[in-house]
Write a protein that binds this ligand. Sequence first.
Ligand code: IMP
Length: 188
Amino acid sequence: MPKSFDLFFASSNNHKFLEAKNILDAFGIKLSFSKMNLEEIQSNSLKEIALKKARNAYSKCKKPIIVEDDGLFIDSLGGFPGPYSSYVFKTIGNKGILNLLKNNRSAKFISIIVYCDETTIQSFDAKLDGVISKSQKGQGWGYDPIFVPKNSQKTLAEITNKNELSHRYNALKEFSNWYLHKLKSIDQ
Ligand code: IMP
């Protein structure tokens, strides 16, 4: 097993951290929380937002960190709210999203994970396809009560195995492969 270094998740969102910790535990990577408010630039690109956040977080804590930026992209709304998902959740919320939709309810969640240390910055992205439900179901956070993953009848808020199939899981799986390889090469 490669040597383990301290790895921090920089975010103000407890839910995201707990899910990321649970997912990385399963890959044998220990994750600590560096709770901080990170400045979010306005951009149409989640990746650009995430890279900026990661540089900003690293400059504050000077420890190997990962940050995450997500977006909910709804097909019939031309990908809205996408990079504006956080603002839209705070303003019109799940009820507002449901009021905007008619027949085509296809959507996807995208997660971008960025790792940053003194010499390296690397991003990983993944998606989760699904549909927006007709009403809110379950007690989850964010858009979980209205997002039904492909091949499921239940929302992310209702299922018990979100951390085995989510956009976050898919992006962190890519990250884990890369990170464990990096640790191994440092060890040799
Ligand atoms: P951000 O990455 O914090 O900007 O997240 C964008 C928006 O998507 C926020 O409103 C989050 O609450 C929401 N969000 C991100 N990931 C998830 C998730 O796994 N479930 C539900 N909502 C999420």
